[in-house]
Write a protein that binds this ligand. Sequence first.
Ligand code: 9GP
Length: 842
Amino acid sequence: VEASIPEPQREAWLKNQASGFKGKDQFEKEVVRHVETTLARSMFNCDETAAYAATSLAFRDRLVIEWNRTQQRQTFADSKRVYYLSLEFLMGRALDNAMLNIGEKEVAKSGLSELGFRVEDIIQQEHDAALGNGGLGRLAACFLDSLASLNFPAWGYGLRYRYGIFKQEIIDGYQVEVPDYWLDFNPWEFPRHDVTVDIQFYGNVNKTTDDSGKVTAHWEGGETVRAVAYDVPIPGYATPSTNNLRLWSSQAASGEFDFQKFNSGDYESSVGDQQRAETISAVLYPNDNLDRGKELRLKQQYFWVAASLYDIVRRFKKSKRPWREFPDQVAIQLNDTHPTLAIVELQRILIDLEGLDWDDAWNIVQQTFSYTNHTVLPEALEKWSVGLVQHLLPRHLQIIYDINLFFLQMVERNFPKDREMLSRVSIIEESQPKMVRMAYLAIVGSHKVNGVAELHSDLIRTTIFKDFVTIFGPDKFVNVTNGITPRRWLHQANPGLSSLIASKAGDPEHYLKDLTLLNKIELSVNDPAFRKAWAEVKLANKQRLADYIKSTTGIVVSPKALFDVQVKRIHEYKRQQMNIFGVIFRYLKLKSMSPEERKKVLPRVSIFGGKAAPGYWMAKQIIHLINSVGSVVNNDPDIGDALKVIFLEDYNVSKAEIIIPASDISEHISTAGTEASGTSNMKFVLNGGLIIGTCDGANIEITREIGEENIFLFGNLAEDVDDLRHKNTYGDHKIDPSLDKVFNVIQSGTFGNAQDFQGMVSAVREHGDFYLVSDDFHSYLETQELVDKSYADQELWITKCITSVARMGFFSSDRCINEYAEEIWNVEPLQPDTNNGVGKGE
Ligand code: 9GP
């Protein structure tokens, strides 16, 4: 491309190429320019919102220049790219991250200060990009940061929801959902009105046969919706590499609205098509770990997958390589089963549109895709009714049937004695109605399947996917333990700790890119000055959270108290109910003490946060109980500072950045075997907090890394869960006496109408206690007592914290991405060079 541009023109381009600001003076100039021209304002009406907008635009200019160069470099290098397909990217705020990753936060700080603003206030103006529910979406965001920071040629593909996860308000103790319209002003995206794909739905399939007898399927009719690309630059840390996140937005394929209808006076329905089309990318489904099987969700999935594949295939075809080289150029990672239709879509493109033989096409498909499983919970495993797939995607259903047929024939050949295996592993479940099992389709169409922590990967190999291990062999199933980006979750969220660590581990640019260097701080564990500074950082972070609690709830908490935090989606398996039952038990104990005894108690602040899916009745009841307990305890004059119960409204990424660094102990207390990994557990420990948890998910590997003496583990093991459940349902189910006491108090009306909490109580007492709250309660209380005792010895506590942080290097998402790259994708990083070409990049 470059060679085809005549020399004089090239010179003119290069002479005038954009560079973005360099240094404080140019930064200020750019901010003022954006205020005065882009925003059409002046120094007299530049409020914080305008200053945020102008600052973001100045940084965006910097990003987009590097984005162009990176894309151009990747195109020239023509090496293999990774495509990460995820329905969720929980990005949070972009400005602070861009400042830190580019390495210009200090410049922005002093520049903004000269213009009359505080950088912290400006950062606060940004609306979170909340295009995700919880861990799965945040993992995707951490992976994008690592992919760019490690210079991998990689793109994310997702949906540009007009409404992200709802905003949560707590009114009279109940969750109320409010729409999150986040796109009012979003400087971080580039609409690409020239990059569109028309996506087909419904219709029917006709087959034709040519002279040689070859049959070709034609998918015809139905309706078409247009996908428009919006690009979001993803800056790497301390590297110019800037990757792309492409989000698709839906619009009517036939233009704005139907002029014929409009002209004939049918004004209202003239915009109908447009509105129907826009519905596809309108809202993120707010369920975490739950599959609801709604038609619009399937439409979202196909819309996004088809647009992304069209884009990927178009890019590949430009290289003029033969099809068999597709997997040498393209690795596609399926984040959960949500993008599984991509497998079917690529097979369709190859056989129906490109004319490849089935087997050649299928080989390419299998080598291209890999699938990450994030849960073993049956209610979260996706299934779609055959009827719905047939109606929406008639050609895809035929292909799914063929994939299944050839797969089952292979199974039958290899396991002729096990007839039942066929129905067990069939992609089509022979139920009423028949269902397509998406996880099975994802396994059959991928070359690797991974779980997200060791226990979880073992569980999928031995339970839900056992037969597939027998069929494909063990090598297809691997583990990649999750990780988090230390850039956001240490450097950005906890600047105090980050610079204290840097004083021992060396330059952040080094240790944040090789997190194992954290181990250097262990040498200073006994250094009094370091320990003192450590305690001061924690106290300052707790003060910051205490201020936030005061400003949002009006409740005053002491930063000297032990901060006990559980923030995550509200779910029975995560057992916030067990936590609040424990809090009630603590309250009863405090009430039974004399005032003198109470004064000696170590004060504790129990902090909760998290959203319940709008249709999840039990989760909403849990939120209500937490708030009701809070209003009793926090207003009980007997209790004072000894116990406070706080529910923080609308937990999201930017709030996590304030909450996590302030924690002393955080709770990761899922029923063993239910939490695939968890990632906030890693964030809390990395920020110098300890954890109380079950032997579940990544807690197990955290324990292995930091040492048993630095974590508070309790409860039954995953291997015993089935037996306990059986006993609870069919045997003698005795409720733990302390829990029984708690239930009696709830039922006496101490926390408001007992009826409101009856579901939570009877789930344990009468309905088999599926999540083993009673079975684990005793051990939980005992371990909480141990936490109190340990915290009382501050010297030992600080030693535990420093040692733990020092040993957390393993949990960087960089380690994780390198494992994916080596074991699953077979891709190499592309080091940035000094290529200063100008180009649009693609
Ligand atoms: O529940 C898991 C969580 O444990 C894990 O950390 C996260 C990222 O791997 O994925 C969650 N799973 C889902 O959200 C749905 O499968």
